[in-house]
Design a binder for this molecule. Structure first.
Ligand SMILES: *Cc1c(COP(=O)(O)O)cnc(C)c1O
Length: 377
């Protein structure tokens, strides 16, 4: 979308309100007879550019952008749920997704149940009772466990449930949940789409009717709006997303292979490694490995902290999808709000670390990570 000035880069419309030539125009904008903008909490030209671009990238009819990934997750659920409904989700979840599903939704009379992502019989059993929505994070944060999206979507159709997939780890380039049968896809654009750790943002994608009827009204009236400035930064990020994802993936592949051979390592989890427990499923539903690796060190928390504290290029951070490589210890940070038993049940031990592999030179990363592994031995 270009203004009358013919700018090459997208313009930033950093405005909250819009005005109208006459009262009749205002009336038509509000009753939907005339397209156009009314208020930036609803939509704004810069947000619209990002929405159109993301819809094209995903192959979705429609997109709504919001202020953060969690705003996208929350709106995708609250837009379609009411008291008395039932929601299923896979067990391994990003900490805040876990909080929404296990703490917030039950307060509003919504029943929730967590299913082991890789247990298709478990999903089948859970879906023999009607459900309203299924929330799937695949690959899941932090252990990268996968859920068979296509199989769960088939079961969901029969049970009358809508499926929402959090596709942050794979990105729209390496996994297409809508083609696999999902009804909505959600993103934290904070991660790979911005890609340089600058802004918070989120997106919800799906068919136009569902988004227009259920999600747009919730967002318009509750106000998780994205800043036009952040939307513009994310638009710039999208221009280099494919090249960056390629580099994240090739760097991560090399690091995962290096780790697998190191004596300090108990187990490495990377979807594109033949030793990955769900390698066949990864090949089926993903077209690239992505930039995230989970791994467990033999020496527990002591070894994990030694590894982190020895790193010099890789930073210690709970963020991910940045140009800079970032490492985190989930048990003491992102997943410290869930009990040790619950963590153990989803494969997070005191020796588990998550690495978001950045865009640095692979020679530098190899040197840094090898030194940290040697120190953790
Ligand atoms: C980061 C993340 C979110 C939340 O996104 P924010 O932009 O931080 O609100 C949700 N799901 C997954 C899988 C994430 O990695």
């Amino acid at each position: 979308m270009r203004s009358q000035f013919g700018e090459v880069g997208e313009a930033i419309f950093l405005n909250s309100g819009f005005c109208y030539d006459d009262a009749e125009t205002a009336e038509r904008r509000f009753n939907g007879e005339e397209p156009g903008f009314v208020y930036s909490r609803y939509r704004n030209p810069t947000l619209a550019m990002l929405e159109d671009r993301l819809a094209l990238l995903e192959g979705a009819e429609s997109c709504i952008v919001v202020g953060s990934g969690m705003a996208a997750v929350f709106a995708s659920l609250m837009g379609i749920l009411k008291a008395g409904d039932r929601v299923l989700a896979n067990k391994v979840l990003f900490g805040s997704c876990h909080y929404i599903i296990n703490e917030i939704l039950p307060r509003f009379g919504i029943k929730t149940e967590l299913i082991e992502g890789d247990d298709i019989a478990g999903w089948e059993k859970a879906l023999s009772t009607p459900a309203t929505a299924i929330f799937i994070e695949s690959p899941a944060n932090p252990t990268l466990q996968l859920t068979d999206i296509s199989a769960v979507c088939k079961l969901a159709k029969k049970a009358g449930a809508l499926v929402i997939v959090d596709n942050v780890f794979a990105s729209p380039l390496y996994q297409k949940p809508l083609e696999l049968g999902a009804d909505m896809v959600v993103y934290s654009t904070t991660k790979h789409m911005d890609g340089q750790g600058r802004t918070l943002g989120g997106a919800i994608l799906g068919n136009k009717e569902l988004l227009d009827e259920k999600i747009a009204p919730f967002n318009r009236h509750t106000g998780p709006a994205l800043s036009p400035f952040n939307a513009w930064v994310i638009l710039k990020g999208l221009e280099t997303l494919p090249m960056r994802m390629e580099r994240h993936s090739s760097n991560a592949q090399a690091i995962a292979e290096l780790m697998e051979k190191h004596p300090a390592i108990e187990k490495v989890y990377y979807p594109n490694l033949p030793s990955f427990p769900q390698y066949t499923l990864a090949k089926q539903q993903m077209s690239g490995g992505g930039g995230l690796i989970a791994f467990t060190l033999k020496g527990g928390k002591t070894a994990a902290f030694k590894f982190l504290n020895t790193l010099s290029i890789v930073a210690i951070s709970n963020n991910l999808g940045d140009a800079k490589s970032l490492a985190t210890h989930p048990a003491t940070t992102t997943h410290s709000n869930i009990s040790a038993e619950a963590r153990a049940a989803i494969g997070i031990t005191d020796g588990t670390l998550r690495l978001s592999v950045g865009l640095e030179s692979i020679a530098d990363l190899t040197r840094d990570i090898s030194a940290a592994l040697d120190a953790a031995k």
